[in-house]
Design a protein around this ligand. Structure first.
Ligand code: BGP
Length: 490
């Protein structure tokens, strides 16, 4: 008997902008990632407000899933997926974000995608906003810093809920809603679409950290996303009471580098700010006490937290389940001059007990067990789901076309073992979708070379490749995992 419950949602996760391509097809409007160029582990991605001819933009074709989704979903079916997490690209449904009527061609596209999933018994789990804010919302409204965008999001969400109410049961509102709460510049733009006039006038590319950051606007935009998310939850349940609507947090798991009590205090502070402000608002329906203290420490006017109507919506629109991405853990210390490592969105001090990927992400399966237990005790009774976990690596194609990605299998095996232990600990875990079951464009670096898939895609950073798909060794391994409900992992 498997330790995982019957109906456990095994599968994989993607985001439209990182896999679909077809960036202006089917009536789609531009969205934020369409303006981003590629980088690599040492070169940050850049942004330019106009699309330059002859320049390579990774999202424009991505891995061409827009045209190949039937083949790809068939491969997911062959692996035995029970669940496929994907995002709807907002700009396919409302090309300008504020259009009167939705774009029928975009709606029909996702109808067909969901039908294809159901053919193979795959339950879709749909993220409504995965770093895909329509570009016109950025230029016209400065993203979620404008409260009118709350209504635009709710209209988009309810359009999707109504259209797909019999095809999709599991929904997530915003991907990694907590990213902009940390002082990382990338989050401003990607997650909340906040940008200043001077950056919209740029004529040559700049790096994301060079984009002007206005912390007051950033934090108000997150608040507006909380309200938008809660309203979507409330409206969604009216449309179909069986909907399961969740949040999605980029869980950054922190350890003290030393037993110095001040390192421990720093861990507590970071965990509270990075992870718990958003989790508490969306699961418990109220800001935790340390949110205001944090905002005030940045010199912000916190009156946006006192709007009674918003607080009532937040109180009522709590999520049905908590989902998160988990890739690695980070250490923190008050000591200076320690070795640092990179990480997903933010790095930390180097942990001497852990190895890291070629992109500097420290591999820590025990941290997943720890995180699951932490969340289960913080949000008692709330079902949990790991909706992103994966290993970005360079893959080598052998002469016969095979790809021996034992490093990826080993990463997943250890994380599944950790989930088993967490379930035995009593954690209410309902599913697991690996990040990037098929190779796709990296969000952080814009690379194809940072590969996550069980399925290889012949596409490269110089724009070459014919997009053909092939199965890596990990494909056959994960097939056994899905088919055995997580029992067979050797
Ligand atoms: C998460 C994002 C994903 C995905 C993943 C891997 O933070 O939700 O969109 O990209 O990280 O990151 P990267 O693509 O930078 O390797």
């Amino acid at each position: 008997m498997s330790v995982f419950r019957d109906g456990f949602l095994w599968g994989g996760a993607t985001a439209a902008n990182q896999c679909e391509g077809g960036y202006l097809e089917g009536g789609k409007g531009l969205s934020v990632p369409d303006l981003l160029l590629g980088g690599d582990v040492n070169t940050p991605r850049t942004f330019c407000p106009t699309i330059e001819p002859g320049v390579f933009y990774p999202s424009h074709e991505a891995v061409d899933m827009y045209h190949r989704y039937k083949e790809d979903i068939a491969l997911f079916g062959e692996m035995g997926f029970k669940c496929y997490r994907l995002s709807i690209n907002w700009g396919r449904i409302f090309p300008n974000g504020d259009d009167e009527e939705p774009n029928e061609e975009g709606l029909a596209f996702y109808d067909s995608v969901f039908d294809e999933c159901h053919k193979y018994g795959i339950e879709p789990l749909v993220t409504l906003c995965h770093y895909e804010i329509p570009w016109a919302i950025v230029t016209k409204y400065k993203g979620f810093s404008d409260r009118r965008v709350i209504d635009l999001f709710v209209k988009y969400a309810t359009t999707c809920f109504k259209r797909y109410k019999d095809k999709v049961k599991y929904w997530l509102t915003f991907n990694e809603i907590n990213i902009p709460i940390m002082d990382e510049k990338m989050g401003d733009f990607y997650g909340i679409g906040v940008v200043q006039d001077e950056d919209l006038k740029r004529t040559s590319p700049c790096t994301l950290p060079e984009i002007t950051d206005v912390p007051q606007m950033r934090m108000e935009a997150i608040h507006n996303e909380f309200v938008a998310s809660a309203r979507a939850v409330i409206e969604g349940h009216k449309i179909n009471p069986d909907f399961m609507i969740g949040n999605m947090i980029c869980h950054i798991t922190w350890y003290p580098l030393t037993p110095h009590p001040k390192d421990m205090l720093e861990v507590q502070k970071r965990d509270s700010i990075c992870n718990d402000i958003c989790g508490d608002v969306q699961v418990r329906g109220a800001y935790p006490y340390f949110a205001r203290t944090y905002y005030q420490s940045l010199g912000l006017d916190t009156s946006f937290m006192d709007n009674e109507e918003d607080l009532e919506i937040i109180r009522k629109g709590t999520v049905d389940f908590y989902t998160f991405s988990y890739y690695m853990s980070n250490c923190v210390t008050i000591q200076e001059g320690v070795d640092m490592v990179k990480g997903n969105m933010m790095g930390g001090a180097k942990n001497p007990y852990l190895k890291a990927s070629d992109w500097g992400w420290q591999i820590d399966p025990d941290g997943l067990r720890y995180t699951l237990n932490k969340l289960a005790s913080r949000y008692p009774g709330t079902p949990l789901m790991v909706v992103e976990n994966g290993f970005g690596a360079f893959d080598k194609v052998e002469e016969d076309g095979s790809i021996h990605d034992d490093y990826r299998i080993s990463y997943f095996r250890e994380h599944i073992k950790a989930m088993r232990e967490a379930v035995k600990d009593g954690v209410p875990l309902i599913g697991y979708t690996t990040w990037g079951p098929i190779d796709l464009v990296s969000a952080g670096t814009g690379q194809y070379a940072k590969r996550y898939g069980f399925i290889y895609v012949d596409r490269h950073d110089d724009g070459t490749g014919d997009f053909s798909r092939s199965r890596k060794d990990s494909f056959y391994w994960y097939q056994k995992v899905c088919r055995s409900n997580g029992e067979v992992i050797e």
